[in-house]
Design a protein around this ligand. Structure first.
Ligand SMILES: [Zn+2]
Ligand SMILES: [Zn+2]
Length: 347
């Protein structure tokens, strides 16, 4: 079958690899109809995440179940399903505690041997272990494109809002209007804030932020973001700051713009270097801070919000390309050219 593999030197290529088969009685074999490229895929290309050569890439995907093992009961052949970026068994201690992203028998799709060697979604087929615990049905009334981002970035954005503890009436600022930041803007609305502010250097991304529900957009190239947020909040600061970039500068802005008693939620992937903060300030200002990659316990909830028309992230889709053109797609995505936000790959 065709698959996108890491070439070991900062780029990808499309090649033929063996089609996966059912290996365990709880497996399902899924024919991928849609996958997408994530910022984490670029981290692999840039060496921030170590991946072996020829490993299949991709952890966001939707597909149709083609075959199931004898112990699979809930998932049926022909089901249209959303695939989570992280595999869970549903039975280990961490899974039972709801910490499914730390499943003792799981791992991450598209991240090679270090993360379970499960293969990736940027391929024609994918074996999904513990199928019943991982695969989520696509509702009749939703399209594949509408649910695709539930795999990762939509759950990540939703969790960023949850970790920010947004309450009705809160002033919310989202730093970064990349795909995850935009998902945070769209999901923040569900918590009933009085205002959502989106901050980014790229105006085309801010346009999409407005379309997805941002009441105000700020470009740090043109103004002092912290001062502007203070101005918009009568000098108090934002109730919730969501950091969706992963840079020292945006982290500092989050810290400086949040009000006393406010909350900082971190979802940006930071470099290896440590970021300094003043714990003295944190204590004196009663700040709360929480960070985390998506724990995937809200997939059903998010799918039902999409089904109910309360959440639509299809404006993120700027490119639809063939899996065969993956190398070109990665080039566009990495270069942030053509006003790219999300690229969908279809076999
Ligand atoms: Zn991702
Ligand atoms: Zn588990």
């Amino acid at each position: 079958m065709k698959a996108v593999v890491f070439d070991g030197a900062g780029s990808v290529r499309v090649t033929d690899v063996p089609k996966p088969t059912i290996l365990d009685s709880k497996d399902a074999l899924v024919r991928i109809t849609h996958s997408s490229i994530c910022g984490s895929d670029l981290n692999i290309l840039r060496g921030k995440i170590v991946l072996e050569e020829n490993a299949v890439m991709g952890h966001e995907g939707v597909g149709i179940v083609e075959e199931v093992g004898p112990a699979v009961t809930r998932t049926r052949v022909g089901d249209k399903v959303v695939i989570p970026y992280s595999i869970q068994c549903g039975e280990c201690e961490n899974c039972r505690k709801g910490l499914v992203v730390f499943c003792e028998n799981g791992g991450m799709l598209g991240h090679g041997k270090q993360w379970g060697d499960f293969g990736g979604t940027q391929a024609e087929y994918l074996r999904i272990p513990f199928a019943d615990a991982n695969l989520h049905q696509v509702p009749e009334s939703a399209t594949e494109e509408q649910v695709l981002f539930v795999s990762d970035i939509l759950c990540t954005g939703y969790q960023a809002c949850e970790y920010g503890g947004i309450e009705p009436g809160d002033f919310v600022t989202v730093f970064g209007a990349g795909p995850v930041g935009l998902c945070a803007v769209a999901t923040a609305k569900l918590f009933g804030p009085r205002r959502i502010v989106s901050v980014d250097l790229a105006d085309y991304r801010l346009v999409t932020a407005e379309r997805l529900g941002a009441d105000r957009v700020l470009n740090p190239e043109r103004l002092n973001v912290v001062e502007e947020i203070k101005k918009l909040t009568n000098g108090k600061g934002t109730d919730v700051a969501i950091e969706a970039v992963g840079s020292v500068e945006t982290f500092n802005w989050s810290f400086e713009s949040v009000r006393s008693g406010g909350r900082i939620s971190i979802v940006g992937v930071f470099p290896f270097e440590k970021v300094g903060i003043s714990l003295r300030d944190m204590l004196r200002r009663n700040l709360q801070m929480r960070a985390g990659r998506a724990n995937l316990i809200h997939m059903e909830r998010i799918i039902s919000l999409i089904e109910g028309g309360k959440l639509d992230l299809t404006p993120l889709i700027t490119h639809r390309m063939s899996l065969s053109d993956a190398a070109k797609a990665y080039e566009i995505f990495a270069g942030r050219s053509e006003n790219v936000l999300k690229i969908i790959l279809a076999p």
